[in-house]
Design a protein around this ligand. Structure first.
Ligand code: A2P
Length: 276
């Protein structure tokens, strides 16, 4: 089954496996474990986010779990993603450890964090984690089109998502088109360029024209492309601001002006350089 469209309320996307994923997620990369992370996730859940994105490599799964329990929200109301650290050996065993740290019986999405050691070796273990229902959906992150195709060729269950650095400045058109053709939903990490894009003059001009903030414009650009988007902040006001993106629309001209900011040349790569 190919990945489906956006749900009737415009806030979630249907994955190829039939599961729904909220378009807006809260990313906790570089949020220190402990109070800072628990407070940030608590603020996000209070502000209406129903999707939290963590990873084994972030070292803050316990804080995410604590905030989830503190929120009092039913487990099934919050979409939780974690990522397999590919420096480790066994995705299935590591999934169990993540579940213990998070204090949950399953994650909604479990993804290979980056293609260290090759694109395919971890996928068997990812599928086992899926079969054992540790994860409802499985996917990858930082995979190029060719790496994605290697996994798909070897897979019984294909990756449902590819989480990559994506924004108007990293508008990886080749990767996006290829993922859409293959029924793989793109998740945009660093949608604000880890903060760097917020001061851009073109983004600022559009924000001023539509009466919104630069962060909202950048996040809305992803939402309007039906992408899952994962902004990060440790400040409550910003967390709330970043969630106010479903009550305005960017005009076609503004979307085109943002598209033109791309610096990747419409890449089908996920990364300009690797860190492993
Ligand atoms: P902070 O966490 O101190 O609030 P990205 O989502 O691309 O990774 O960007 C995250 C960075 O952008 C963080 O440094 C975060 O700072 C900052 N940030 C997030 N939202 C906003 C906002 N609405 N206004 C200003 N800065 C923001």
């Amino acid at each position: 089954m190919a990945a489906g469209g956006v749900t009737a309320d415009g806030r979630a996307r249907v994955l190829a496996d039939g599961n729904e994923i909220p378009l807006l997620g809260f990313g906790v990369w570089q949020v220190p474990d402990g109070r800072e992370c628990t407070d940030a996730v608590r603020s996000a859940l209070a502000a209406g986010y129903r999707h939290i994105d963590t990873a084994q490599a972030y070292g803050n799964e316990e804080s995410v779990g604590r905030a989830l329990r503190d929120s009092g929200l039913p487990r099934e109301d919050v979409f939780i993603t974690t990522k397999f650290h590919p420096g480790r050996k066994d995705p299935e065993a590591e999934a169990q450890r993540s579940l213990e740290r998070l204090g949950v019986e399953y994650v909604d999405l479990y993804i290979v964090h980056w293609p260290q050691g090759g694109a395919t070796w971890a996928w068997d273990g990812m599928q086992r984690a899926h079969e054992r229902r540790y994860a409802r959906s499985i996917g990858v992150s930082n995979f190029s089109v060719s790496e994605l195709d290697e996994v798909r060729a070897a897979a019984d269950t294909a990756p449902a998502v590819n989480q990559v650095q994506f924004s108007p400045f990293a508008y990886r058109r080749g990767l996006l088109d290829a993922c859409e053709e293959r029924g793989v939903v793109i998740e945009a990490y660093s949608p604000l360029g880890t903060g760097r894009h917020l001061g851009d003059r073109a983004v600022g001009a559009i924000a001023a024209r539509v009466g919104r903030t630069p962060a909202q414009v950048l996040i809305r650009w992803c939402v309007q492309r039906d992408l899952v988007v994962l902004p990060k902040s440790t400040h409550r006001e910003r967390i709330e601001e970043n969630a106010q993106v479903f009550d305005f629309t960017l005009a076609e001209d503004d979307v085109a002006a943002l598209d033109a900011l791309d610096r990747t040349g419409g890449a089908d790569r996920a990364l300009e350089r690797t860190w492993w």
